[in-house]
Design a protein around this ligand. Structure first.
Ligand code: COA
Length: 327
């Protein structure tokens, strides 16, 4: 059975920054409150001309460049996003923008777990021998769906895109994984369609409407994350035949610094093994893990042979962990 190797990472560079002080001009909040409760100091926001497709393409292009893989060599593009430019999907537009003429491309939606779910999905295509080269992208523009007058949610989110390139290899570097869903907790975090009946002809009415901004029960999501995430990482480690002491880097979905600290503490990992870019990016949903990974790789912190424990968690509710060997 072919194995999976991760051979490159990339992210998009967004120029517009929104600081906590900027936000406090819009809602009743403060830099002190946001920083103390979440660790966030600023987030990046997509400019009106920076579509999801543009950001995802830039991240993928940078990952391909690091991997020294041409766009024509890509067999599959998996775009994890909850905020496509088009409800029919945005992956095909990324495909054409990249020039990945041979690739099949589709979107995958699993909110903030999207990158881990897409990584594991991509790996199955490689392990079965169907595809040899896959680009996995996590990208979201949640600023489109944020209620900028709701201080309990708008301070948390930012926009971004990150990507990795996977290739078939002799040695499998996806060491273990575990994915979970619990729809009974769906109400805790939503970006739900709000149908409005519109009469068409006679008794026939159609659903018109739009998606409502993000709603969240912050305390419930917090509790869910600090309980489920250490558990799912331990299950993935078990499948990898490893223990927490084998982890070189913990790359969690960047939702809240307090969640990162609590998960690390429960796993018995020191703070220096925890990758965090919370202060600069906030929660970028499906983009947060590949951005954090890419920054750590480019900073020279993550090196070939390092064991990385990733974990995503969020709406669905969904959560999952993938243990990978970098390089
Ligand atoms: N600025 C100032 N005050 C705020 C505020 C803000 N942005 N948001 C909420 N508050 C107030 C509340 O109104 C409340 O006031 P009250 O005591 O007078 O009622 C107080 O701060 C405490 O609110 P609470 O919701 O208990 O705060 P918290 O410590 O639970 O922190 C979150 C709130 C959202 C930061 C935290 O619950 C969290 O991070 N949850 C997880 C969310 C998450 O990660 N979601 C994405 C998952 S993918």
């Amino acid at each position: 059975m072919p194995g999976v190797s991760l051979v490159g990472s990339g992210s998009a560079c967004l120029t517009v920054k929104l600081s906590n002080d900027d936000l406090s001009q819009r809602v009743d909040t403060s830099d002190e409150w946001i920083a103390a409760r979440t660790g966030i100091r600023q987030r990046h926001i997509a400019a009106p001309d920076e579509s999801l497709t543009v950001l995802a393409t830039e991240a993928a292009r940078n990952a391909l460049e690091m991997a020294e893989v041409s766009a024509e060599a890509v067999d599959l593009i998996l775009l994890a996003t909850s905020t496509p430019d088009d409800l029919f999907g945005s992956a095909c537009r990324v495909q054409v923008a990249l020039g990945a003429t041979r690739a099949v491309a589709f979107d995958l939606t699993a909110a903030c777990s999207g990158f881990v779910f897409a990584l594991v999905t991509a790996a199955q295509y490689i392990r079965t021998g169907v595809f040899k080269t896959v680009v996995v992208i996590g990208a979201d523009v949640l600023s489109r769906w944020t209620d900028w007058d709701d201080r309990t949610t708008c301070v948390l989110f930012g926009d971004g895109a990150g990507a990795v390139v996977l290739r078939a290899a002799e040695r499998d570097r996806l060491l273990g994984f575990e994915l979970c869903s619990d729809g009974s907790l769906n109400h805790c975090l939503n970006l739900a369609y709000q149908p409005e009946a519109e009469s068409l002809v006679g008794d026939v009415a159609v659903q018109k409407g739009t998606f409502a901004p993000i709603t969240m029960n912050g305390r419930e999501v917090y509790k869910f994350a600090v309980n489920r995430v250490p558990e799912v990482i331990e299950k993935a480690l078990f499948r990898a035949n490893l223990t927490t002491s084998d982890i070189d880097w913990l790359v969690l979905h960047q939702a809240n610094q307090r969640i990162l600290d609590s998960v690390a503490e429960r796993l018995g990992l020191p703070a220096e093994r925890v990758v965090s870019n919370m202060a600069r990016h906030g929660n970028t949903s499906a983009a947060s893990i590949p951005i954090a990974l890419d920054e750590a790789v480019r900073a020279g912190n993550v090196k070939a042979g390092d064991v990385i424990a990733t974990a995503g968690f969020g709406a669905g509710l969904t959560w999952g962990s993938a243990i990978i060997l970098w390089g």
